[in-house]
Structures are given as C-alpha cells and as structure tokens.
Design a protein around this ligand. Structure first.
Ligand code: SF4
Length: 323
C-alpha cells in the first residue's frame, strides 16, 4: 500500500543550486518509496561525497553520508547484514566512476541485491566543475580552461562488463519515467545500476535541460526535437530470463551494446539490460552458510539479558588454527 510521500521528506535545508537536476532525482526517489509503500525504517539510503551525496540528508529513511567513492561498501555491508532492508546507494559520476570505480566493478561481480544510482552530470560539481570520468574527450564545459584531455567511460557498458544484472538510464527531468525505472531497479533481485542524466546548470553548459529537451534544434513548425527518448516506446525488450535461448540472449546483448553507445542526436532512457539468470550474493552466501538465511548477522542475538555475549567463536578460531 502506498504511503504518503511526506513520510520520506526531512526538514534539512537543501542547498543545491536552483535548476539542478538533483531535485528531480530526489523527488523520484521519495515518490518511488512512497508508491512502493516501503516503510521508512525498512529502507537504508547511503551516499558517497559530492552534490548528489547530500541526498542522504533529504530522505527520511536510515542511511549514512559516507566517504568519497566508498558508498557501495557501506551499502553492501548493510544489505548482507540485514537482507530484509531495501538498500539504495547514490552518488555522482565522479564519486562512483573515479575514486569509487574499484567498488563499482566489484559490486557488479557480487550481484548484491542493492540499487545504485549515479547522478551523471559530467563534472565534479561540488569542487567547481572539473571534468569527471563521464565527460567525453575533447569536450570543454564552461568550467574547464581547456578541452577534456581524457576519454569518458560509458557507465552502462562498464556496469555490464562488471556483472550488474540490471542496467538502466533515467533522466532527472522526467520524474514519472524515473520513478518506474527506480522501482524496477529496487524490485530486481541483484545489483541494479541506474545512470541518471542530471543537468548541472552551474558548471556544465553543454548537457543542459534545454539540450536534452532538444530546444536548440527545432522542426519546421518550430517544435523542439528532444534528444531523450524512451526505449519502451520502441518495444525494446531487455530481459534475459531462465530459458531464454543462447542466440536470443546474444542478440539482446548486442542490442544493449548498441543502445548504450547511442548518444548525441538520440539518447535512450529506460531499462537497457536485465539478466534474471544469475544468482545474487545473498543466495550464494546462504548456500555456503545455511545459518545465513535464517539468522543473518543483524538479526542474531549478541548478548543475553545480563549483557553477556552469547556468541561462541570457538569453532571459528579452530578453523583458523595452524597445525
Ligand atoms: Fe547541482 Fe551542479 Fe549545483 Fe552541484 S554544482 S548542486 S550538481 S547545479
């Protein structure tokens, strides 16, 4: 049952710049939680460092504003300790794909059941607009003295290589669509990655709301020709299910690669890839440690009524004994 969206709002003063795409993403997160009826005390939202990372302060659920590039470590730990939680991690493209790229890759390999949203604006907004890992080679935003000297990474393709089993792209100023995407990411039982196109009007004067909306190019009737379009409008089917024939799966992967590379004139948003055939990390742990399923770490009693520890580590230390 849906809960009132007010339940997910906080009183913390919001200091994002006027017109920032972060506002649309924040609203989408709150409205997704509301529409899914997720009780605030059953949700944990973690963030790294950067403008996007302030989101953790603005959503009334459990969570932590963590360290630069380290958000996925916190989110993974929380989910594995308490699998009953809905865990969402957020951060900027600089945070997640620069210093955090090792964690980004290894979270995909584990296929932990969490949702990771990158607010992708091509710059390090919090520190005055340096080029971030997603800014393409040769691009010069107004915050750069010279064109970008590095090639940009493709977040969707990197996520696929790493093993993420749900890969999507959203747009900060299409909130109804982003809500659907975030909901699907949360419902997916594995590592879900959502690359959210997020205009930063303060430092990125190229990938703006007007540019995504195609206001710089118009048809013969003076109507804007938006760059962003929805994959669902084309009948795109991203899902590989148990039983999908190998050649069909290969075709879907080829289409996914094509859509991930599409940029400029047309930019697809929606679910790009979904693989339902791979076990997630919680399932792998439960197979190896049967107790994990019935008594995950956060639900275990650690002391008796008198505060004495109840854990008996004898067998663990025996395993470590060198003979
Ligand atoms: Fe948003 Fe950019 Fe301002 Fe950061 S610097 S709050 S990303 S507009």
């Amino acid at each position: 049952m849906a809960l009132n969206v007010q339940a997910y709002k906080t009183e913390v003063h919001n200091n994002w710049c006027p017109g920032c795409g972060d506002f649309g993403i924040l609203n989408s997160i709150q409205m997704t939680f509301s529409q899914m009826g997720l009780e605030p005390h059953r949700v944990a939202l973690f963030s790294g460092i950067g403008c996007a990372a302030k989101t953790a302060h603005y959503v009334n659920v459990y969570g932590t504003h963590t360290l630069h590039g380290r958000v996925l470590s916190f989110a993974t730990g929380a989910k594995l300790a308490n699998p009953g939680l809905t865990v969402v991690a957020v951060g900027g493209d600089g945070d997640g794909l620069g210093i955090g790229s090792g964690h980004f890759v290894n979270t995909g390999r584990r296929n932990v059941d969490i949702t990771y949203m990158i607010f992708n604006n091509g710059v390090y907004g919090l520190t005055k607009g340096q080029a971030s890992p997603t800014l393409k080679l040769g691009v010069q935003t107004k915050s750069l003295p010279q064109p970008n000297i590095n090639e940009g990474v493709n977040p969707a393709l990197l996520a696929f290589s790493a093993g993420y089993t749900f890969i999507a792209r959203g747009y900060a100023f299409d909130i109804p669509h982003l809500i659907q995407v975030v909901r699907q990411g949360i419902e997916h039982k594995g590592s879900a990655f959502i690359d959210v196109l997020q205009p930063c009007p303060t430092y990125n004067n190229l990938n703006t709301k007007d540019w995504y909306g195609g206001l710089d190019r118009k048809d013969g009737n003076g109507k804007a020709l938006p760059r962003v379009y929805k994959l669902s409008d084309e009948g795109y089917d991203p899902v590989i299910k148990p039983g999908t024939p190998a050649d069909e799966a290969s075709q879907k992967i080829s289409k996914f690669i094509g859509k991930s590379l599409e940029w400029g004139e047309r930019i697809p948003i929606g679910v790009l890839f979904k693989n339902e055939t791979t076990s997630n990390y919680g399932e792998r742990l439960a197979k190896r440690f049967p107790l994990y399923q019935s008594e995950p770490p956060a639900l275990r009693e650690i002391m008796d009524a008198k505060g004495r520890p109840t854990a008996d580590l004898t067998s663990f230390f025996e395993e470590l004994r060198v003979t």
